[in-house]
Structures are given as structure tokens and as C-alpha cells.
Design a protein around this ligand. Structure first.
Ligand SMILES: [Zn+2]
Length: 204
């Protein structure tokens, strides 16, 4: 592999959060920018976050029109809200790949990854919803997994299965897979953490 192809920066623009409140809960997703041969934004927060997301992208030397791919790890409203900002991008929302009104055939269920670039892959990681995907990025520093709500946050061992989960067994399986293979996890609602941190705590 040409080492040039491995050069890309992973920038967490906003750490997500989720806390219980009187009305229910208050949450927003972790939002990540991948800068490289292809510019990718992963999870676009709520529909009320447009101005701050645009500003954060500009602070990192890009415009929204420079984004080639939007990936939403699943279709919940706190992960898709600002997709409209990225008019030049291919949009991957869960397992659905589209641009404008064109919906592309891609069979995530067949188990093969969707290659955005030689070092950026989108793979199915169902459980939280059956449509969930994760983005894997190979870098010189290791393998980064941007997982959405496969992981809620660094310390979610007693939390994730109590949230709304479509298939807990599948989610458990893909959590283990991810911890086994990745070096760093960027979860759905918290800061990035080293996969090793959790791998040591679980029995697979
Ligand atoms: Zn979420």
C-alpha cells in the first residue's frame, strides 16, 4: 500500500453526550471529521446544530462543499440532523447509500465493506438498530472505529443494553468484534477511548 494513501486525520469535532433529564433525556451524538484523499463527516448531530457544525468544519480548513461522504451510523434524529449541509456528498445513512434522488445498490448484508477510500471502510454493525454501520479508518497510529451507538460511551457496560436496542445479542457480538480489532473507539455519545481499555474488562 502506498503510504501516502494512509495519510488522513481523524478529528472529533464534538464529543457527544447523553444524560437523563426531567422530560426524558438530553443527548447529542459525537461528530467526527475525517480529512484526507476523501473528506468524510460521520454523524451530523441534530437539525439545530447547522451553524456550529459549519463553523467547526471551517476551523479545520474545509467548507461543507468539500465533504465527499456523509456517514450516519444509523437513522436516529440526533445523528442525521445536518445532512442537508453536505450537498456535494454521497450520503450513507445506515445501510442506505444515496445522492440526491439516486439510491445506489450496495448489499451490506452480504458482509463486504463499502470502501470510501483504501483506508476508510463502512461495515455493518447491527444491534442498536438493525441498520447500524461503523466506519473503520486505518492510520499510522492504528485502526480507528467510529461506531455510533454500538458503544454509548467509554463506561457503558451497565448501560447500553438498557437503552432502546433492536437486537442486544447482535450488539454484544459486534461490540466484542470491534474491541478485538480496533485500537481506538469513537462512540456514539462520548469521547474517544482506547479499545484496550475495555478489552481488558470483558470476557469474549
Ligand atoms: Zn444516538
Amino acid at each position: 500500500m502506498n503510504p501516502e494513501n494512509k495519510k488522513c486525520d481523524i478529528i472529533v469535532l464534538f464529543d457527544g453526550y447523553s444524560v437523563n433529564s426531567e422530560q426524558g433525556s438530553q443527548s447529542n451524538c459525537t461528530c467526527t471529521l475525517i480529512k484526507g484523499n476523501k473528506n468524510v463527516i460521520v454523524d451530523t448531530m441534530t437539525a439545530w446544530d447547522g451553524p456550529k457544525l459549519e463553523k467547526a468544519i471551517e476551523e479545520n480548513g474545509l467548507k461543507c462543499s468539500d465533504i465527499d461522504y456523509v456517514v450516519c451510523t444509523h437513522g436516529h434524529s440526533d445523528h442525521i440532523g445536518c445532512n442537508y449541509l453536505f450537498q456535494n456528498a454521497i450520503h450513507i445513512v445506515g445501510r442506505c447509500v444515496s445522492k440526491k434522488d439516486v439510491y445506489y445498490n450496495f448489499d451490506f448484508a452480504a458482509g463486504k465493506p463499502y470502501l470510501i477510500d483504501v483506508n476508510i471502510r463502512v461495515i455493518p454493525t447491527p444491534g442498536h438498530t438493525l441498520q447500524d454501520v461503523s466506519v473503520l479508518v486505518s492510520t499510522d497510529k492504528g485502526l480507528y472505529a467510529i461506531t455510533g451507538d454500538l458503544f454509548e460511551n467509554k463506561d457503558d457496560e451497565n448501560l447500553w443494553y438498557r437503552l432502546e436496542v433492536d437486537d442486544a445479542e447482535l450488539q454484544r457480538k459486534y461490540r466484542s468484534e470491534m474491541l478485538r480489532h480496533a485500537d481506538f473507539i469513537i462512540p456514539g455519545h462520548g469521547p474517544m477511548f482506547p479499545a484496550k481499555y475495555k478489552y481488558d474488562q470483558i470476557t469474549i
